[in-house]
Ligand binder design. Structure first.
Ligand code: IDP
Ligand code: MG
Length: 141
């Protein structure tokens, strides 16, 4: 079994991160990982239709309405990062969904306090990464 394999993943720096001036802090943590490189990056405000595709698995959940309100409240940064084991790697760097359970040293553990405003999205598996990259960067080859 290979010990590493090149992959791409979709990352969003959520509206709270952009509003709080944390783009540089979070991008620099990602950039510092050896062998990872940013292959797409865009500042954009997300609308309800796009968020419904992105968060399809959460439509209808009690927190969905507030999540869409939060995620469309201002600009986010969408990025694609490429590198060895980057899907699991970025999830590890981000930490658990609830910042109270995210360990110190993780992006959420260090920078967030509330489960909704948890500063970063990262694809949770390779299939999700492929699906999400097509939503945000359909022209990326
Ligand atoms: P993930 O971002 O760690 O993959 P998911 O369970 O996929 O977590 O949830 C997507 C996003 O929805 C979370 O990052 C968070 O912003 C929000 N969220 C998840 N669960 C809750 C909740 O119980 N209350 C409020 N917001 C939530
Ligand atoms: Mg998720």
């Amino acid at each position: 079994m290979p010990t590493s394999f090149p992959q791409r993943t979709l990352i969003l720096l959520k509206t709270d991160a952009v509003a709080r001036g944390l783009i540089g802090e979070i991008v620099s943590r990602i950039e510092r990982k050896a062998g990872w490189r940013i292959v797409a990056l865009e500042l954009r405000t997300l609308d309800g239709a796009l968020l419904e595709r992105h968060y399809a698995e959460h439509v209808g959940k009690p927190f969905y309405g507030e999540l869409v309100e939060f995620m469309s409240s201002g600009p986010s940064v969408a990025m694609v990062v490429e590198g060895e084991n980057v899907v699991a790697g970025v999830r590890a760097l981000a930490g658990r969904t609830d910042p109270l359970r995210a360990g110190p040293g993780t992006i959420r553990g260090d920078l967030a306090t509330r489960v909704q405003e948890n500063v970063i999205h990262a694809s949770d598996c390779a299939d999700a990464a492929e699906r999400e990259m097509k939503i945000f960067f359909p022209d990326l080859s």
